[in-house]
Ligand binder design. Structure first.
Ligand code: G3I
Length: 377
């Protein structure tokens, strides 16, 4: 108990002690600074919340989320397979708890995601007719966006609709309905949830070819009289290849196209990627490989230093363009939660976030706070 109180202060003691989570937090003090305070005048700073965090099973991460972040995104609980498992049947319980968490802590609540080819309920994958798929889209958006109206402040309306070369992904939506399904999705969401910010969200869209595809979508939506407020650059990056120039060019290009930019799923992997994969195509999965898991027992200082350096360079760039950026959201609170422990190879030990497996802030956390203080942007 003594150690815990040193770390989290009086406010957190009862939460953590009752959760029996002493073993996850040790040997360090809780930082005085918080990300949400330090970046308060720059952009919202967010995290994805897992089901365990929403349900109160991971109290350490939930505590850190509430203390450090001003925005939340549902990592999985608002996806169609969870929230709309059978035709006309909705399961809002977990997503409602996610929204309660955000409201309780006065956070900006993001909805993720309405129309995505992945994590679809099985009944949707079986749909073949244009009429039925149109009906699904309408019912899904009206029911889900409608349920959270006034509570969810921003929706990732369409997720990952593009291929790497900027052409449309051959998803069930594109195959069946053609490219205008995107316009319809934005118009339906605007109607179901007026006043909510509407975003197109995708990975690798800082890269020039894919960026061209996004710019076409923005133009098309605007020409069709649909509202789009922003572009979500997911930001699944790697310490070996952080594309700073492309990121800057994209922030400028999207802002020039008249929309805000959010970094929506930020993490920086430290592990080798033997297949030279980029981004986050969740269809790619590989068998476990010990050789590909070099830091299972801890991260060497040299690699940790690279990670810190990447985060500092990235935040320097984001602060430079803060007038164009609405939000920067990390894809998880701590390294234990990260999807990158299981992709593209299951069961690895990755270190992509600002808080380690015990919920301790890393050097990268301290250095981006220092950057902000020193440069006083
Ligand atoms: O819920 C089941 C659980 O019942 C079961 O015991 C367990 C066994 O593996 O699996 C659980 O489901 C997993 C789910 O995460 C919840 O943990 C799925 O297998 C797993 O595939 C799923 O992964 C999520 C992935 O999206 C699915 O597409 C990741 O957590 C989530 O971080 C990831 O997030 C996506 C964004 O939505 C879109 N952009 C890319 C990003 C990373 O892939």
């Amino acid at each position: 108990m003594k150690t815990v109180s040193k770390i989290i202060g009086i406010a957190g003691i009862s939460i953590l002690a009752s959760a029996g989570c002493h073993s996850r937090i040790r040997h360090t003090k809780e930082p005085e600074e918080t990300l949400k305070n330090i970046f308060h005048n720059d952009f919202l700073i967010g995290t994805a919340l897992s089901s365990d965090q929403i349900e109160g099973k991971d109290k350490v991460a939930a505590y850190i989320a509430a203390r450090q972040f001003s925005a939340i995104t549902a990592e999985n609980s608002m996806k169609a397979e969870h929230i709309h498992p059978r035709w006309g049947e909705y399961k809002f319980e977990l997503a409602d708890r996610y929204v309660d968490f955000g409201q309780k802590h006065a956070m900006y609540i993001v909805g993720h995601t309405l129309i995505w080819h992945s994590q679809l309920p099985s009944f949707v994958s079986k749909i073949r007719s244009v009429d039925s798929l149109n009906k699904y889209m309408e019912q899904h958006i009206v029911s889900v966006a409608g349920h959270f109206v006034g509570k969810v402040k921003s929706w990732d309306v369409v997720n990952e609709a593009l291929n790497e070369d900027g052409t449309y992904r051959n998803s069930i939506f594109y195959r069946t309905l053609g490219e205008d399904y995107i316009i319809r999705a934005f118009k339906l969401t605007e109607k179901a949830a007026p006043g909510t910010a509407l975003y197109y969200n995708d990975y690798n869209i800082e890269r020039p070819k894919k960026r061209t595809g996004v710019l076409k979508i923005i133009k098309k939506l605007k020409a069709a009289g649909a509202r789009i407020d922003g572009i979500g650059i997911q930001g699944h990056w790697n310490i070996h290849d952080l594309p700073l120039e492309d990121i800057e060019q994209s922030i400028i290009a999207y802002a020039n196209a008249g929309v805000k930019v959010a970094i929506t799923e930020l993490d920086i992997s430290v592990l080798p990627n033997p297949w030279n994969l980029q981004g986050a195509d969740v269809n790619q999965n590989f068998e476990n490989s010990w050789v590909m898991n070099p830091y299972a027992d801890g991260l060497p200082d040299s690699v940790s230093g690279k990670l810190t350096n990447c985060y500092v360079q990235l935040f320097r760039l984001l602060l430079k363009h803060k007038d164009k950026i609405s939000r920067v959201t990390f894809w998880g609170v701590d390294d234990r939660q990260s999807w990158l422990n299981d992709w593209p190879i299951k069961g690895r030990t990755n270190y992509p976030l600002l808080f380690d497996r015990n919920g301790i802030p890393k050097d990268a956390f301290h250095k981006i706070i220092q950057l902000k203080k020193q440069q006083n942007f």
